[in-house]
Design a protein around this ligand. Structure first.
Ligand SMILES: Nc1ncnc2c1ncn2[C@@H]1O[C@H](COP(=O)(O)OP(=O)(O)OP(=O)(O)O)[C@@H](O)[C@H]1O
Ligand SMILES: [Mg+2]
Length: 251
């Protein structure tokens, strides 16, 4: 069994035999406000402070000050972890994201010896994929195989899928244990909006927030985890001032 990378998140690691498999790339999928950002912030914060592993948090959505403020809501002091040199925050504004950005991340990973990596979020990227996919990267032969080649929406969709595939592949090559957040689609047959990332990723966590008997409740499900005997139950998930907590009803 691959070495496990513990999150230190209360109640979570036991569900996946001690943590994420080292070097794997997992998607954290959920609708807005389900806790994707907070879960992944706690993963890097604990990594940097408790497990002494260099961690990098890449946000495409929020400013670094926003991220630091958000972390405070669950009792995480990112500034202190940054000062110690164990945690690095990086903001790549989506309008400046381009094919060089993965190299920027790679440079940082190699320079600092990063072990834990988060990208928040993939959905931001997929919405913008057609803008920064250079035409030369769209192989004509691929498009020719596609029956509806003349339809712009389908061509756009094709570009997004290709991009997502390439981006997750590149992330995997970095060798870090990586979490990537992704927005869930409205109910349908796919888990992710882009419909391909779920097949490429090594692991998938689904975060949910829905009405149950008149009350809203949060839950977490380990939907897939390659190389792991994962727990298959839906677990209550709580966001508290002291971090996120996964409850196990069987314990
Ligand atoms: N201390 C706290 N106690 C309870 N709930 C909290 C606390 N701090 C934050 N929250 C809740 O956590 C939610 C935000 O979680 P988070 O930002 O991680 O979601 P997200 O899935 O990343 O959302 P988005 O898709 O919009 O980026 C908010 O709805 C907020 O109400
Ligand atoms: Mg978020």
């Amino acid at each position: 069994m691959a070495k496990r990378i513990p999150t230190g998140i209360k109640g979570f690691d036991d569900l996946v035999q001690g943590g994420f498999p080292e070097g794997s790339v997992a998607l954290i999928i959920g609708t807005p406000g389900t806790g994707k950002t907070l879960f992944t912030l706690e993963y890097v914060h604990n990594g940097a402070t408790r497990f002494k592993e260099k961690s990098l948090y890449v946000t495409l959505e929020q400013s670094l000050d926003d991220i630091r403020e958000q972390a405070k809501q669950i009792g995480l002091d990112l500034k202190a972890a940054e000062k110690s040199g164990m945690l690095t925050l990086m903001h790549i504004p989506i309008h400046s994201f381009n094919t060089e950005s993965i190299n920027e991340i790679k440079k940082e990973v190699q320079k600092k010896g990063i072990k834990r990596l988060v990208v928040d979020s993939l959905s931001t990227l997929s919405v913008n994929a057609p803008v920064y996919t250079p035409i030369k990267d769209i192989a004509l032969r691929d498009i020719m195989n596609y029956k509806a080649f003349f339809s712009p929406p389908i061509l756009g969709d094709f570009v997004v899928k290709r991009f997502i595939y390439g981006f997750l592949y590149d992330l995997k090559q970095l060798g870090c244990t990586t979490l990537v957040t992704s927005e869930a689609p409205e109910k349908g047959e796919y888990l992710s909006r882009d419909t391909v990332s779920e097949f490429i990723a090594d692991g998938i966590l689904l975060l949910n927030f829905e009405a149950m008997g008149g009350e809203f409740s949060r839950s977490l499900l380990v939907r897939k985890m390659r190389g792991t005997k994962a727990d298959e139950d839906i677990h209550p998930f709580e966001i508290t001032e002291k971090g996120v907590v996964v409850h196990n009803l069987k314990n």
